[in-house]
Every structure is written in structure tokens, then in C-alpha cells.
Design a protein around this ligand. Structure first.
Ligand SMILES: [Cu+2]
Length: 429
């Protein structure tokens, strides 16, 4: 395909997508206008829900997923938290440089077969191809501020893959992150979305008029530690059309494109006030799943030259290779949480579970993704869907109540991305 043709198709796609977003917005607005009625019909005179939760499902014998609304109409997001209200949630997170394999089974799990020639474009190692394993920088959780012992990731979070640990908090809590940059050479940071932060906890350095007392957050030097304090006011929690918990994210923002292509992205889940358990996780939600759709551009990672040195017979001195289109294509890893061709583990749940399935997008203009579930449907913002639309830095959550037992595809529905391996399997038991 010529570049011009690609551009034309991309432009058309963006136009169509923009149109659908605008149309979607007007639908959403009319939903909002109608929603007070909708909510009233679900709320008894006492204000407690009559339908739309387990009571309703018990009455009808059918368990729908309109189950854990964050609250009645948006009064909560206008209320302020009281002083000393909420808990402080401590996390010890480091940026660690590790080798990451996008296809640890060495196979196309979707087919139960060895990779074919088309698939090997992305995953086969050779004298001048990096293959499926790359040096990356990932956020990893530790047990305390000594950063000597890594926290073991339990089976329920095995699916997170390259994502950093799932930070959980309830509205009115404070999140405190002790961040250590374990890189030997690179500067990193932690920049959050959605929560409330002062300038010394923004995790991004730019010409914002602050003095040196507020500059330690944006560039954390190799070996250094910085503590970020992120508050969780009601406006960081679920809105009126959200379920009881929503996802934000954090990522390194020293050189945001290079840092995120290197892998420094993690999820942050905020639960509505009064709807979280002791760990800050949403009550009544049986399973939380978090999936990041991104084409990791390893050509734009900080570690391209290191990867060439370690995994090939070539180096960055070979400018012809580094500038070659086929070489560049081999380093575009179309992953879900850093896994390709069905290699993602741990996407499992039970039939009728109340699942909050969070979806994150990252990347650049090729990162228009349409996650699609086989065999089951989801509820998003009052709409029944089996496909979601996401773009770079999109943050969405669907309510997912699987009624169909089996092992099913969960994949991006963009044709080029299907071919390049952006597919996983999930299992309903
Ligand atoms: Cu895609």
C-alpha cells in the first residue's frame, strides 16, 4: 500500500470516527437529559435502588449488568471531601529495566500452532531482527521503601503483563507513591491522569513558572527516589453514567512517547465513596480486568540500540538497517498488555460474575482500536456493546456479566491489527 493511500484511508477513518464521536455525544447528551427520569424509575422513594441491582435480578431471574451505579445523579462530584477523610494508600513502585517477551509460549496460541511467515515478521529473532523479546522499562511494585523485595503479582493480576501495578483508591483517599528510578541511564517520572496533584506531584517537567522547589517530580534521575502525593476528590471518581469504579492511568512523562513505548504505563482504579472495600476495590465486583491496547513502537523506545546490541548481530551504527521499512515494521508490537497472538494469560472469570473491565489506549495515530468480545456483551454508559472504540490515552470501563461459558476471543477488530497479533483469549468458567 502506498503512503498516500495509507494517509487517505487514515484520514477517512479519523473523519468517520470523529463523526461517530459527535453523534455519540449527542446521544449521550439526550441520555443525560432523560437520565434523571431513568434514574428515578430505578430509585424508590427512600432513595434506595429498587431495580438495577441484585434485587432486580432476583426479581426477574435475569442478572443484568446495570448493577453498580456509582451514585444517583451527579451530586457527589460536587461535594468536597472533609479534612482527614479517607485513607492514605501507600505504593512503592520502581521503574525497572527488564527483558520482556511478547510471545512467551513461542507459539500462536489462537491457532495452537507455530508462527507462520507473516507472524514471524514480528516475532522471529534473527541476525538483523530483534524478535519477540525486548529490553523494556516497566513499573514494578515493591513491598517497602527499601525497594529490596518485589511484591508478588497474584494470579488475578497476571493478565496485567507490561502494565504497572493496579493502584486502588476510594474517593476522598490520598494516594502516596514512593517512586524509585532503577534505570542506570534514563530519567523517568510518574504522571497521573484524573486525580488531584500539586505541581511537585505532576510528574511532568515543562515551562510552568514553578521554581526549583517544585521541580523534583518531572525528571527523576537514575537511582533517585521521589514521593508523589495524589488526592482523590469526588471529581476523580465515577460520574453519573459510570459504574462504581473507573480507571485512570499513570505513565512516565520525561519524554512521554519514548517512555511509554519503553513500557512505563500503569492503571489506577478509583471507586466511588462508600463503595470500596478495605483495599479500595469496588464492593460487589467479582472480577477486575484491565487491558491496554497499544502498538508498542520499539523503534521509538529508549532501548532500540540496546535491543539491537543484545539480540541481533547488528547495531545502531547500521543506519541502513535502522532506516529500513521492513525492519521498522518488525518492531511494531501490536499487543494487549504486551502480549501478541493469544499469549496473554489470566483473562478468566466465572459465569455471571460482575466484572469491571477497564480498557486503556495508548500510542499514536495508528492506535485506533476496537476491542471486541466474542460470545458475550458488555454495557458501556447505558449502551449495549460488544465492541468498544478507543484512541490514544482513552480510559474506559464496561460492566461485563458473562453468561456464556467457554474460551473466547478478545481482540482488536481493526483488520491490520488482527493480522499483527492484537488478540487474546478469555475464559468464562
Ligand atoms: Cu487495534
Amino acid at each position: 500500500m502506498t503512503n498516500n493511500l495509507r494517509k487517505a484511508i487514515l484520514t477517512t477513518t479519523i473523519l468517520l470516527l470523529s463523526t461517530s464521536l459527535v453523534l455519540g455525544m449527542s446521544t449521550q447528551e439526550s441520555f443525560a437529559v432523560k437520565s434523571s427520569g431513568t434514574y428515578l424509575s430505578q430509585t424508590g422513594s427512600s432513595g434506595s435502588p429498587v431495580c438495577g441491582d441484585r434485587l432486580c435480578s432476583e426479581a426477574t431471574g435475569y442478572k443484568d449488568s446495570i448493577s453498580q451505579k456509582s451514585s444517583a445523579p451527579d451530586t457527589m462530584s460536587k461535594a468536597a471531601c472533609q479534612a482527614n477523610e479517607g485513607q492514605t494508600r501507600m505504593y512503592y513502585i520502581a521503574a525497572d529495566e527488564i527483558e520482556w517477551d511478547y510471545a512467551p509460549t513461542g507459539k500462536n496460541v489462537l491457532k495452537g500452532q507455530e508462527f507462520n511467515d507473516d507472524e514471524n515478521v514480528f516475532v522471529q529473532n534473527s541476525e538483523d531482527r530483534i524478535g519477540s523479546t525486548y529490553i523494556k522499562a516497566l513499573y514494578q511494585e515493591y513491598t517497602d521503601s527499601t525497594f529490596s523485595e518485589m511484591k508478588i503479582r497474584s494470579a488475578e493480576w497476571e493478565h496485567l503483563g507490561t502494565l504497572g501495578p493496579a493502584i486502588h483508591a476510594e474517593v476522598c483517599d490520598t494516594i502516596k507513591i514512593v517512586f524509585k528510578n532503577n534505570s542506570a541511564e534514563n530519567e523517568f517520572s510518574m504522571h497521573p491522569h484524573g486525580v488531584f496533584y500539586d505541581k511537585e506531584s505532576e510528574g511532568a517537567e515543562y515551562n510552568d513558572g514553578t521554581d526549583s522547589s517544585q521541580k523534583d517530580d518531572g525528571i527523576v534521575a537514575p537511582g533517585d527516589i521521589h514521593t508523589y502525593i495524589w488526592k482523590v476528590p469526588p471529581r476523580a471518581g465515577p460520574g453519573p453514567n459510570d459504574p462504581s469504579s473507573i480507571t485512570w492511568m499513570y505513565h512516565s512523562h520525561v519524554d512521554s512517547p519514548a517512555d511509554t513505548n519503553a513500557g512505563l504505563v500503569g492503571p489506577m482504579i478509583v471507586t466511588a465513596k462508600g463503595m470500596a472495600d478495605a483495599d479500595g476495590r469496588p464492593i460487589g465486583v467479582d472480577r477486575e480486568i484491565i487491558t491496554l491496547f497499544t502498538v508498542s513502537d520499539e523503534n521509538a523506545s529508549l532501548y532500540l540500540c540496546d535491543n539491537l546490541d543484545r539480540f541481533t548481530q547488528e547495531s545502531c551504527d547500521n543506519e541502513e538497517l535502522v532506516g529500513d521499512d521492513d525492519f521498522a515494521e518488525s518492531n511494531l508490537m501490536h499487543g494487549i498488555n504486551g502480549y501478541v497472538y493469544g499469549n496473554q494469560p489470566g483473562l478468566d472469570m466465572n459465569k455471571d460474575d460482575n466484572v469491571h473491565w477497564y480498557i486503556i489506549g495508548m500510542g499514536t495515530e495508528v492506535d485506533l482500536h476496537t476491542p471486541h468480545w466474542h460470545g458475550n456483551t458488555a454495557l458501556w454508559n447505558g449502551n449495549r456493546v460488544d465492541v468498544m472504540e478507543i484512541m490514544p490515552a482513552s480510559l474506559k470501563v464496561v460492566e461485563f456479566v458473562p453468561d456464556n461459558v467457554g474460551t473466547w476471543l478478545f481482540h482488536c477488530h481493526v483488520n491490520d491489527h488482527i493480522a499483527a497479533g492484537m488478540s487474546s483469549l478469555f475464559t468464562v468458567k
